[in-house]
Ligand binder design. Structure first.
Ligand code: KIV
Ligand code: NA
Length: 273
C-alpha cells in the first residue's frame, strides 16, 4: 500500500470511495488499525475520557496530546504503516490566536502528526489559513464540538432548524475557504451533512453521528470495540461481533461497512427525536 496523502484522499473521494477514520492513542492499536485498512488515524482528545478517565476533553493538555501522538507515530513507523495521522489540538492550545495555534501545531507535527484538527466555526478561519499557509494541513470540526460542551449545554445534536443549519453552512464555507482540507461533522442532521458534503468540493467531510452522506466516517476506537465507561452514544455500533472475534477483525469489519455503505444505517441516527 502507498502512504495516504492529501492527493490520495482527494482521489478516493473523486472515485466515490468512502474515507475511513478511527481514533488510536497508542502504538499497538495504531498499527492494528493501519493493518486493518483504516486510512486516517486520529489521535483524538477523546483520550481524556478513554485513557485518562476525565469527565470531558476540557482537561486534556498539549503535552498529553504530543505524548500520545508520538506513541501512535512510532507504532505506525514500526509496521511501515500508511495511515494519515491526524492529531487534535486540545482545549486552550489555539484559542488565543494564530501564533499560539501554530506553536501548538508544531509540537504535534514534530511528534509525528500529518495534520492537526481544531474545533470551532468562523472564528478559527484566520487561524486555519495561517497554519495552512505555513505548511500545516488542518482538519476543522463543526457541529457538536466537545471542547465547548459546557457552553453548548450538553452532548446534543447541532445544526437543527433552518437558522442553525444556515449558520453551520456559513462556517463550513469559511473554513474551506481558509484551506481546511478536512472537516469533522459531529452530531448534525444527516440531510445537512450530505448537503454540505456536496457543496464542499475541496474539504472532505468526515461524519460521526451525521448520517451516511459524508465523504468519510470516524468513530472512537473504544466505542466501536464495545468498550465504553459511560453511556454508549446512539450513533455508535460495536463491530466486535462482526469480524473473526479479534480486534483487527472488528476494525476490518468497520472499514468494510463504511466502504460498502452499511455503516452508518438508520439505527445510528443521532439527530432524530
Ligand atoms: O477526539 C475525538 O475522538 C474526536 C472524534 C470523535 C472526531 O474528535
Ligand atoms: Na476531539
Amino acid at each position: 500500500r502507498r502512504p495516504i496523502s492529501l492527493p490520495r484522499l482527494a482521489q478516493m473521494r473523486a472515485a466515490g470511495e468512502k474515507i475511513t477514520m478511527l481514533t488510536a492513542y497508542d502504538a499497538t492499536f495504531a498499527a492494528v488499525a493501519d493493518a486493518a485498512g483504516v486510512e486516517c488515524i486520529l489521535v483524538g482528545d477523546s483520550l481524556g475520557m478513554v485513557c485518562q478517565g476525565l469527565p470531558s476533553t476540557v482537561g486534556v493538555t498539549l503535552e498529553t496530546m504530543a505524548y500520545h501522538t508520538a506513541s501512535v507515530a512510532r507504532g505506525l513507523h514500526h509496521v511501515q504503516g500508511t495511515a494519515w495521522l491526524v492529531a487534535d489540538l486540545p482545549y486552550g492550545s489555539y484559542g488565543e490566536g494564530r501564533e499560539q495555534a501554530l506553536r501548538s501545531a508544531c509540537q504535534l507535527m514534530q511528534a509525528g502528526a500529518h495534520m492537526v484538527k481544531l474545533e470551532g466555526g468562523g472564528w478559527t478561519a484566520d487561524t486555519v489559513r495561517f497554519l495552512v499557509e505555513r505548511g500545516v494541513p488542518v482538519c476543522a470540526h463543526l457541529g457538536l464540538t466537545p471542547q465547548t460542551v459546557h457552553a453548548l449545554g450538553g452532548y446534543r445534536v447541532q445544526g437543527k432548524g433552518d437558522t442553525a443549519a444556515a449558520e453551520l453552512r456559513r462556517h463550513a464555507l469559511q473554513l474551506q475557504d481558509a484551506g481546511a482540507a478536512m472537516l469533522v461533522l459531529e452530531m448534525v442532521p444527516a440531510p445537512l451533512a450530505a448537503a454540505l458534503t456536496a457543496e464542499l468540493a475541496h474539504c472532505h467531510t468526515i461524519g460521526i453521528g451525521a448520517g451516511s452522506g459524508t465523504a468519510g466516517q470516524v468513530l472512537v476506537l473504544h466505542d466501536m470495540l464495545g468498550m465504553n465507561l459511560g453511556r454508549m452514544p446512539r450513533f455508535v455500533r460495536s463491530f466486535m461481533g462482526e469480524g473473526d472475534g479479534s480486534v483487527r477483525g472488528a476494525i476490518a469489519a468497520y472499514v468494510r461497512a463504511v466502504k460498502d455503505g452499511h455503516f452508518p444505517d438508520d439505527r445510528q441516527h443521532a439527530w432524530s427525536a
